[in-house]
Design a protein around this ligand. Structure first.
Ligand SMILES: C[S@@+](CC[C@H](N)C(=O)[O-])C[C@H]1O[C@@H](n2cnc3c(N)ncnc32)[C@H](O)[C@@H]1O
Length: 259
């Protein structure tokens, strides 16, 4: 049973923390590709969780540089954030970036989603573009569920049912991105987390707008990205909350579920 807690506890960072957040937004925008979209989607998912329940802990799986997670941590000092990846080098880089923010509610750990969880659970467990990198995604999903005590959020590439068995699509996903599959569908993503209570299952990176934004950001120089950052994030935010079916296709799919 979900209890609505109003208003959500979001604290606007001040002073050097505000400067740190500003730098994080620059870094995210400058990563280009789908980074702007990923950021707004993670924030929307986290917001949906804190609006429904008091959230005390958050686990990021395969965090990479963890920029959006650090941004969230700066805005939610009451939540303990654990940022993990199975790649030690990524953790090191994330830790280096985090050091500038001097956040007291963030810790880092190495975590392979294929390893059996050690019993510690987190209110929210999230991953962005990780599951497609794992061959045994069923085992990974079972571990994922075991790590979550309230919510799990997953954003992965989306594809059609036909793509799943199309040898060319499968080969291309591996060759271009080292993805074990072209993506997930409205059927296969929730099936991975069968039994969890789906809050939303949405398309994301929706054509034509999301692709148009991505291409535009890739075509402009760093200075222009920084100068127009607010407008770029505002455009990315229009990718949030849309529903199936999508006429021109979506390159991503996201699931928020209650466990
Ligand atoms: C495409 S990157 C995404 C990084 C970050 N979430 C983002 O959105 O920028 C995929 C990440 O998944 C991590 N990863 C791959 N297999 C993993 C596993 N078995 N357990 C944990 N992390 C894994 C990689 O190290 C990498 O950081």
């Amino acid at each position: 049973v979900l209890t609505r807690v109003d208003p959500p506890l979001t604290i606007a960072p001040q002073g050097s923390l505000a400067v740190f957040c500003d730098e994080l937004l620059d870094r995210i925008a400058l990563r280009r590709r789908w980074a702007l979209h990923r950021h707004v989607h993670l924030l929307a998912a986290f917001d949906a969780c804190v609006r429904q329940q008091r959230i005390g802990s958050f686990l990021s799986i395969g965090c990479g540089l963890g920029l959006s997670e650090l941004y969230l941590a700066a805005h939610h000092p009451q939540v303990e954030f654990t940022l993990t990846d199975f790649d030690e080098r990524r953790i090191k880089s994330a830790r280096r970036i985090a050091a500038h923010g001097r956040l007291e509610n963030v810790r880092f750990a190495q975590l392979d989603l294929l390893d059996p969880p050690d019993g510690i659970r987190f209110d929210v467990v999230a991953s962005i573009e990780v599951m497609e990198h794992i061959e045994d995604d069923r085992r990974a999903a079972a571990n994922y569920r075991a790590l979550a005590s309230s919510y799990l959020y997953v954003l992965v590439p989306g594809c059609s049912e036909a793509d799943l068995t199309d040898e060319r699509e499968i080969a291309s996903a591996w060759r271009r991105c080292k993805h074990y599959r072209p993506g997930y569908t409205e059927r296969t993503l929730p099936a991975l987390f069968e039994g969890a209570d789906v809050e939303w299952l949405r398309p994301c990176y929706i054509r034509p707008d999301a692709l148009q934004l991505r291409l535009e950001v890739e075509a402009i120089d760093d200075e222009r990205v920084r100068a127009t950052r607010g407008a770029l994030f505002a455009r990315a935010a229009r990718d949030v909350g849309l529903e199936f079916p999508v006429t021109e296709g979506a390159a991503g799919i996201e699931l928020l579920a209650h466990v």
